[in-house]
Design a protein around this ligand. Sequence first.
Ligand code: SAH
Length: 463
Amino acid sequence: MQHFPVFLDLAGQRVVLSGGGDAALAKLRLLMKTGAALEVYSPDPAPEIAGWAAEGRLSLHRRRLAPGDVSGARLFYAADEDDAEDARSAACARAEGALVNVVDNLAASQFITPAIVDRDPVTVAICTEGAAPVLARAIKADLEAKLSPVLGHLARIGKAFRDRAERLAPGRPRRDFWSDWYFRAGPCALAAGADGETALTALLDTHLGHATRPGHVALVGAGPGDPDLLTLKARKALHEADVVIHDRLVAPEILELARREARIVAAGKEGFGPAWAQEDINALMVAEARAGAQVVRLKSGDPGIFGRLDDEAEALDAAGIGWSIVPGITAASAAVAGLGQSLTRRGRNADLRLLTGHDVKGFAEQDWRALARPGAVAAVYMGKRAARFLQGRLLMHGADPATPVTVVENASRPEARNLATTLAALPADLAAAALDGPAVILLGLAPRRAGTPALPAREEALS
Ligand code: SAH
């Protein structure tokens, strides 16, 4: 971060600009939103600039900038769009102690003007240090679409109201009140033409009358790893959580989406890793929710698929704590998407099985006869260690040794890999590949295309 973002108070401060064309117009439109005392030097200013001068919004000097003109100014813009003139005026300004920006010349500038999303008093500044103006524009367009046009209005009303909102207890009650104002009640009230202050007063009365929100646990699916595969509901739950209790497989990028003040607790257990006892996880959820916290129990994929969801729901019920489920994208869906395949296909398989490689008793028994039929498709979770057992059972029940099998490791993540093999070669290929990430074994499916990089050892199997 070579350019450090700050927000400068320009009220009553001198800001000088040299130039009178398009570049000057663009900068002046922005600067006029501040309370700066603006001075423009241009022998030949655009009519708009002359108009603004006539309205008293800036002072216009119809001549070139001369030494002494910039003294005492905070900022100076060289906006003549002429290299020689910009260099001359910038040198004057620098000698007189102002911070200098030469429009469209990063190297000659001491500060840069970011792309701005203006919901005054809420201002978002975007800077790429000149690396990618296209990216800055795209981010700006994205934020313009996302942030309500009345956000600034809501914030202005809210700012004047902060003292009165202190009647609410700090922490969650106050946060709930403001979140209600900015994202629910406020926009609705303004859209209905209500007076802002009256609406805010009524909202405060409602919140003062309410007991604080009771503790709650959301059992949330974090998806297979790619943060873009989170549901909007999961994001919202993370954003509102006081405590996030997550499994080992949940990607750090997803945890970053939690509220800054949220407590993040890593509660082990996936596959054969070191585990928290299920009772300890249950006890923690219950204790936090009893203390009034909004708890997010974050599980990889979909919480309802090999996620011990029922154990947790029952413990919460037994403790009388409210809970809800936010579904997620399961590993099999992400894995098959990476192969360019579908999990069910007319004429091939009319059912689909999601299996676990092992259960509490060891390797899990399944309906092997059904799985051994031609065209059968199954996704095996936690199956790496059970590969030889799976292969043995399937062959014993008559499965074709040439049945395609694809192992997808780290589905949806940047480091995703596919191992395309057959039932006959599965255990040997799996051992040779030494996968160390989470992997799902797709029985009965070959990659349609290399959606993710194939393992070098099996490249010939893909072609
Ligand atoms: N609830 C999860 C599954 C939890 S069991 C879901 O719906 O996806 C843990 C197993 O899920 C892992 O052993 C592995 O088989 C699979 N898994 C989870 N994330 C994965 C990923 N990104 N790629 C491949 N397999 C994954």
